[in-house]
Design a protein around this ligand. Structure first.
Ligand code: BGC
Length: 335
């Protein structure tokens, strides 16, 4: 009795009773949206409108539970040690995070489009870790509804072996100041489900959320996507939602659920969506792929964030200043 009481006191002093476990942290993300093409552009505004406070009010009011904030820290930090992040950029990200949290949105803050690290991981690993050192220190006192994500979609030279070294170095820096904050980590090859099995995560760290991205079949979701070479050739590709189409998705989600069960770690689908090339978006028809993915994922205990808010895949039309209602209804139902 005395032993368990002192354990409880020690645990309380160390803060371990006050934090939710990773499964609760993952569940709190519910239905989310990516604030894509904003803070991960080379400069905010270069790829579309800047994020405004009203955007976050609007997203909460629409019924989203969370926002993922893609952020290109690597374009706003010194290239040499100590890799100092530009204080103005830190203040800007801080502002967006604070406004989102004040709305009651759960936030996933990541590092995005550090393309140099995917080309040469060994040369950039320390820089990413030291940027995380600064980000983690800055946000250490923020509530647990702020979650971190080490790096979006490792790919190319970021092989499983290289990525395991990168994630370990960054996680070590984060844990110095944020021992129980949820940290998202996805597998290589653009956060593919099939690469979850290659992740080497510290067994004692129980505040990790695994992240997957889902765009299959790619020739359907990325038709006419200007950033994907050759994608105009896929124009007109349909996804009819036949039993075979649905089974393929279920097989993929089951693989994620099986990994989750085996490793006892929750999984978040941090991106899924279809490009504007899938013309149904504006034609006023429900997009059957998006509808199926959004409704099927929770059956496999996946919470999710749609890619994205107001750019090419967008649910909000910034020019017309209105929702793309069919897409909004597809994602949020009658909210
Ligand atoms: C990339 C975006 C891209 C999206 C869909 C994201 O992970 O960062 O640039 O638009 O995937 O292809």
């Amino acid at each position: 009795m005395l032993k368990s009481l002192s354990l409880l006191v020690a645990c309380f002093l160390m803060g371990c009773v006050s934090s939710s476990d990773a499964f609760q942290q993952q569940a709190s993300l519910g239905r989310g949206i990516n604030l894509g093409n904003s803070l991960e552009a080379p400069v905010e505004g270069a790829w579309g409108p800047k994020i405004t406070d009203e955007d976050l009010v609007r997203l909460k009011k629409a019924g989203f539970n969370s926002v993922r904030i893609p952020t290109r820290w690597s374009a706003h930090a010194l290239k040499v040690a100590p890799y100092t992040i530009d204080p103005a950029f830190m203040a800007r990200v801080d502002h967006v995070v604070q406004v989102a949290l004040a709305q009651g949105l759960v936030v996933v803050l990541n590092a995005h489009h550090y393309q140099e690290i995917d080309e040469a991981p060994a040369e950039h690993r320390e820089r990413l870790a030291m940027m995380w050192h600064q980000i983690a220190t800055h946000f250490a006192d923020f509530p647990e509804s702020l979650q971190f994500e080490i790096y979006n979609e490792p790919n190319t030279q970021h092989t499983a072996e290289a990525w395991n070294l990168t994630l370990a170095a960054a996680l070590q820096e984060i844990r110095k100041t944020n021992p129980t904050r949820a940290v998202h980590i996805g597998g290589v090859e653009w956060n593919k489900i099939g690469t979850l099995k290659d992740l080497k995560l510290p067994p004692e760290d129980r505040h990790i959320i695994a992240q997957i991205h889902y765009y299959a079949p790619f020739h359907f979701t990325h038709q006419n996507a200007s950033w994907v070479k050759g994608s105009t050739a896929w124009n007109g590709t349909k996804w009819d939602g036949t039993e075979a189409d649905k089974e393929a998705v279920r097989r993929d989600f089951k693989a994620a659920a099986d990994w989750s069960q085996k490793e006892q770690r929750p999984v978040f689908m941090g991106e899924f969506g279809t490009s504007a090339g899938v013309a149904d978006m504006d034609a006023g028809l429900l997009n059957p792929w998006t509808a199926f993915i959004a409704s099927e994922a929770p059956r496999y205990h996946l919470t999710w964030a749609y890619w994205e808010y107001q750019a090419n895949f967008g649910i909000w039309d910034p020019k017309a200043q209105q929702w793309r209602e069919p897409l909004k209804a597809t994602l949020l139902g009658d909210n």
